[in-house]
Write a protein that binds this ligand. Structure first.
Ligand code: GLA
Length: 381
């Protein structure tokens, strides 16, 4: 059953009509959101005025100039992952629409939220995000149809055979992609299917079907919306390394089987102290492009350990700019998405307690050097 349930609509109404005192009925896997944006976060506190990094950032007063417009001149999409809850913050919403040309729902289209109960789809939050994007002439990147994480327990509890799994994957993918037919330009059909030891990840999907779940998911997505571009998305595959080699082999195998795979998503969740070589990133993009695939940077953030010093922010800025340069200079790559609007809305400190400051804007929506460096890269060519 496909529905935007009455309870969701009620939650939505309460959420906005009560000054956000009542959160919508979607669980946020990260604890950020409206509460955190009351500037009570450690990140905000860090940026409150006394730290050298803050003084540095604030002193520069880097204006927000609209990345999307600058990027458009190079036919580059500059996107952002958006949390539905945070769109109730006017500043956040305004930055999303003025700075970015593509919106990726950060969580709302993941299986856990969009298909929480067998046979019942919760499309309300995804619909709201799509509507927001449409009303601001933004594209939408659907994220993500098949993933071993954020998968509700009922799936593993009820599915024990390959047939049942493939039937469920087909239903899930056809329903969601069909619902958004014509509205979602690109889908991350499958997420993180390669494990860190460079084999196929040992998931319920793989255990029951080998790689059949992939062909099934991609074919169902293509059937539901023949115009949508379909991606395999993964992390630590930005440069040439054993894991990206494995992804490359998988892509070749799927293409050889005639699977409608159109691109790879390189997540690019980077650690400032462990950045990949940019020449290797370039070569990697080129080899996937040579297979006829598009290559998108889908979840970019560059985290740093500890408090952000001016020097660390400068190095971060260089890394952001270097990646933008590689994308602009490389055939086959025309899309960069950052994984969050600002440091107050980033998964990083929630998941890695000593890390943060990973995005282009600080916790008070002030542009950082990284933002200025990206603007520079998009302006001075
Ligand atoms: C992965 C997923 C994203 C998001 C990030 C950060 O990369 O693809 O949806 O969950 O992790 O948490």
């Amino acid at each position: 059953m496909v529905h935007a349930s009455f309870t969701s609509m009620l939650a939505f109404f309460l959420f906005f009509s009560s000054g956000c005192a009542t959160a919508p009925k979607v669980e946020d896997p990260y604890s950020f959101g409206v509460e955190l944006m009351a500037d009570s976060s450690p990140e905000s506190a860090q940026n409150e005025g006394s730290s050298p990094a803050t003084a540095h950032t604030a002193a520069q007063e880097i204006p927000l100039v609209g990345l999307r417009g600058l990027a458009a001149a190079y036919h580059l999409d500059f996107g952002v992952a958006v949390a539905f809850k945070a769109l109730s913050i006017s500043k956040y919403a305004q930055i999303v629409s003025s700075e970015f040309s593509t919106l990726t729902p950060e969580n709302e289209m993941k299986w856990q939220y969009i298909h929480p109960v067998a046979g019942s789809y919760e499309l309300f939050f995804g619909d709201q995000l799509v509507q927001f994007a449409q009303s601001h002439q933004m594209k939408v990147r659907g994220h993500t149809l098949v993933w071993h994480n954020q998968l509700p327990r009922w799936v593993s509890e009820s599915v024990t055979t390959e047939d049942a799994l493939l039937k469920l994957v087909t239903e899930h993918v056809s329903t969601i992609v069909g619902h958004y037919r014509g509205k979602i330009a690109k889908w991350d059909v499958a997420n993180e299917v390669i494990d860190d030891a460079q084999g196929m990840r040992d998931t319920l999907f793989y255990r029951l079907s080998g790689t059949e779940f992939l062909s099934t998911a991609f074919r169902a997505a293509h059937e539901a919306d023949a115009d949508a571009l379909l991606y395999l998305n993964d992390y630590s595959v930005e440069a040439i390394n054993p894991k990206s080699n494995r992804l490359y082999e998988l892509c070749k195998a799927l293409l050889a089987q005639g699977v409608p795979l159109h691109g790879v998503g390189l997540q690019a969740h980077w650690d400032l102290d462990d950045l990949p070589s940019m020449s290797s990133v370039r070569k990697n993009i080129e080899r996937f492009a040579a297979l006829g695939l598009k290559v998108d940077i889908t979840e970019l953030d560059i985290r740093m350990k500890g408090a952000p010093t001016p020097e660390r922010l400068r190095v971060q800025a260089e890394a952001y700019a270097a990646l933008v340069r590689v994308v602009l200079d490389t055939e086959g790559s025309d899309s960069i998405t950052v994984w969050g609007v600002d440091d107050g809305h980033s998964w990083v400190p929630q998941w890695m307690s000593s890390y943060g400051s990973a995005l282009l804007l600080d916790g008070k929506y002030r542009a950082k050097q990284a933002y200025a460096a990206v603007v520079g890269e998009l302006s001075n060519r």
